[in-house]
Design a binder for this molecule. Structure first.
Ligand code: NAX
Length: 327
């Protein structure tokens, strides 16, 4: 039996936590032969802690052979202690009447504290995945706290956008999901992101040869992916949870699989015109488990460049809003 891997998850009593923890404990994220210890963080209020205890009771009741232990806590330093994967899901939802800038600053503060705690106590091989929104900027904030861990260990999730885009292209072309390849997400996890259909393929052919309706690709497909979260929220009355948790597990699995090429928001080195130092979605190739290199070789059309500029401008503006948290 392998040594258990410690997986920390914040916001563990929330919707994404509930949609994900049972799958992680069943071995769907790190492998069917990999025991895990779940280290679950929730807010220090009784309602959240009680809900967390309830989730833990249910996890126990599943008798998962791979679940080697659980830690329930309201202390980030306990949650992240020796964790190899730190999944940062918990954050405040945007409330009616709340300005986006206030949400950025409020949630940003959470990620200052959690980034610091991770850097102090997580395992030497710790990898951080930020899901809590606005996830790119929250990830940048957490990474600024890193002294011991390299900033490249901090990634934000744009995988849900990739999965949404793959699914929509397959539906439009009337082909199985497996026929879609090389579809990557650039920029922010927000309606401004760019799902690059210009380099993607369907059954080995360029998307633009199979779906010849350029207007659909540019003016229907892209907004549909960008606003998919809002569509789910409107239909369900709650934001995407199972699909977000599923994407988080895809993100971790792809980062654990050498050779995998996938969309991840990482610190920009200036590639694709993104401002240096922001966290922007780009295609990466996993080199060894937990490490990656950015694929910089895609040449962009003028249309694609105009989209990249827009999403870059939004990320730069988010960085300006949270400047005081980056010191
Ligand atoms: P929920 O509101 O159901 O759960 C969030 C949980 O986090 C709550 O239980 C809350 O008590 C806890 N929490 C809040 N602040 C915390 C803190 N400082 N430390 C520990 N726990 C804390 O939200 P859920 O549906 O689970 O979504 C969580 C986050 O994911 C939200 O920020 C949401 O916007 C974001 N999403 C990100 C997506 C992405 O693709 N990157 C897609 C789905 C989702 O919208």
């Amino acid at each position: 039996m392998k040594k258990p891997v410690r997986v920390a998850l914040t916001g563990a009593a929330g919707n994404i936590g509930y949609a994900t923890l049972f799958r992680i404990a069943a071995g769907e994220m790190l492998g069917k032969d990999q025991p895990v210890i779940l280290q679950l963080l929730e807010l220090p209020v009784e309602k959240a802690q009680a809900a967390l205890r309830g989730v833990a009771l249910e996890l126990e009741d599943c008798a998962f052979p791979l679940l080697a232990g659980m830690v329930l806590t309201d202390d980030p330093k306990v949650a992240f202690k020796d964790a190899s994967w730190c999944l940062l899901v918990g954050s405040k939802p945007r409330l009616p009447g709340m300005e986006r800038a206030d949400l950025l600053k409020d949630n940003g503060k959470i990620f200052v504290g959690q980034g610091k705690a991770i850097d102090e106590v997580a395992a030497d091989d710790a990898r951080v995945v930020v899901v809590g929104n606005p996830c790119n900027t929250n990830c940048m904030i957490a990474a600024q706290q890193a002294r011991r861990l390299p900033k490249s260990r901090f990634t934000a999730m744009v995988r849900l956008d990739q999965n949404r885009a793959v699914s929509q292209l397959a539906a439009k072309a009337g082909v199985p999901i497996t026929e879609i390849a090389d579809l990557y997400i650039y920029g922010n996890h927000s309606p401004s992101m760019f799902a690059d259909f210009t380099h993607a393929t369907i059954g080995g052919k360029p998307v633009t040869e199979v779906i010849t309706d350029k207007a659909w690709l540019e003016t229907e497909f892209l907004p549909k992916i960008g606003k998919r979260g809002a569509a789910v929220l409107e239909a369900r009355g709650q934001s995407s949870a199972a699909s977000a948790g599923n994407a988080m597990m895809d993100h971790v699995r792809a980062l654990s699989t050498p050779g995998a090429i996938h969309s991840v928001a990482v610190e920009s080195d200036g590639s694709y015109g993104f401002a240096k130092g922001i966290w922007a979605g780009v295609p990466v190739r996993t080199t060894e488990p937990g490490s990656y290199e950015v694929i910089t070789s895609y040449a962009m059309t003028d249309f694609a460049k105009s989209k990249l500029e827009l999403t870059n401008a939004e990320l730069v503006s988010e960085r300006e809003t949270v400047q005081e948290l980056l010191g």
